[in-house]
Ligand binder design. Structure first.
Ligand code: MLT
Length: 276
C-alpha cells in the first residue's frame, strides 16, 4: 500500500490488551417437563456476569420445532450438543438441568464427560423409572394423544410448586401455566417416552470428577427431597442446598436463594478451571 507516495509494507503487528464482558465460562441450563427455557429467566437476568448462559427449548417445547414420535434422552442430549456446536462453544461447560433437564444433563455427562467443568442438578434424581412409573408415562401419553396437553396441565400444575405459592403468588402460577401450554402435543408425548426409557444414572454419579451442585425444595411433591440427599451422598464433590418451603420449581420459586447458590458455584468452578 502507498501513502504519501511511500511504500510502507504490511502494518506492524502489536499485542493489544483487552477486556471482553462475555465470561469464558459457559453455563447450559436445561428446562424441566413440560416447560421451556423461560423458566430460567431469573438466572439469565442475574447471572450473566458469571457465565455465558445458554438456555435451549428442547424439541417440541417453547419455541422449538415439534418433532413427531417418541424421543430418547440421547436425542435430547444430542440436540443440546448440536446447539453448542452451532454457537461455537467447544470448551468446558457447566451443565445444569431441572428435573427432566437433569435427566438430559446426566445423559450429556454419560456421553461427553470430558466437556464438563461442573454439574448442577436441580429438583431432579438419578434413578430410572420403576415399572409402575413407566406404565404411568404410557397412560399419560395415550391420554395426551387423545385429549391434548390439558391432560398434563391438569395433572401437574397443582403440584409443581409449594402450597403457599398458589395462595400468595397467583402471577407465578399463571406464568408456569402459560409456559406449560406453549408445549406441543408432540413434544409432551415424545418427552414422556424419553423419561420412561432413561437409564439409571446412579453409578455415573460416583464417577463424576467435577464440582457438582444439588439444589432441591423441601416441599417438592414431584421428586421428594430424599432423592437429592441420596445423590449428594454419592457425589464425590457435591454441595447440597435444600430450599425450605420450596416446591419443585426451585429456580422460579426461590430465585434469590437459587441464584446465590449458583453464583457461588460458578465462582468455584471458574477458580477450579484456573487452577488446572
Ligand atoms: C419434570 O418436572 O421435569 C418431570 O415431571 C420429571 C418427571 O416426570 O420425572
Amino acid at each position: 500500500m502507498t501513502r504519501n507516495g511511500a511504500d510502507e509494507g504490511p502494518p506492524e503487528m502489536i499485542t493489544l490488551a483487552y477486556a471482553d464482558s462475555t465470561p469464558d465460562l459457559v453455563l447450559l441450563l436445561i428446562h424441566g417437563f413440560p416447560l421451556s427455557s423461560r423458566m430460567w429467566e431469573p438466572q439469565l437476568a442475574e447471572l450473566g456476569e458469571h457465565a455465558r448462559i445458554i438456555v435451549p427449548d428442547l424439541r417440541g417445547f417453547g419455541d422449538s420445532e415439534p418433532v413427531d414420535g417418541e424421543y430418547t434422552m440421547a436425542e435430547l442430549a444430542d440436540d443440546c450438543m448440536a446447539l453448542l456446536e452451532a454457537l461455537g462453544v467447544d470448551g468446558p461447560i457447566v451443565v445444569g438441568g431441572m428435573s427432566m433437564g437433569g435427566y438430559v444433563a446426566l445423559e450429556l455427562l454419560r456421553q461427553h464427560p470430558d466437556r464438563f467443568a461442573g454439574l448442577l442438578l436441580a429438583s431432579t434424581k438419578a434413578g430410572a423409572d420403576s415399572a409402575e412409573a413407566r406404565a404411568g408415562r404410557d397412560a399419560t401419553a395415550a391420554r395426551v394423544a387423545q385429549d391434548g396437553i390439558d391432560v398434563v396441565v391438569a395433572g401437574m400444575l397443582g403440584k409443581l410448586m409449594a402450597n403457599a405459592v398458589y395462595d400468595e403468588d397467583p402471577e407465578l402460577v399463571d406464568e408456569v401455566e402459560e409456559m406449560m401450554r406453549q408445549s406441543s402435543q408432540e413434544g409432551v408425548i415424545g418427552a414422556l417416552a424419553a423419561m420412561r426409557d432413561r437409564a439409571d444414572s446412579t453409578e455415573l454419579l460416583e464417577q463424576i470428577k467435577v464440582p457438582t451442585l444439588v439444589v432441591h425444595g423441601t416441599e417438592d411433591r414431584v421428586i421428594p427431597h430424599a432423592e437429592a440427599e441420596a445423590m449428594a451422598e454419592l457425589l464425590p464433590e457435591a454441595g447440597l442446598v435444600l430450599l425450605e418451603g420450596t416446591g419443585h420449581m426451585t429456580p422460579l420459586e426461590q430465585p434469590e436463594a437459587f441464584n446465590a447458590a449458583l453464583k457461588d458455584f460458578l465462582v468455584h468452578v471458574a477458580a477450579t478451571l484456573e487452577e488446572e
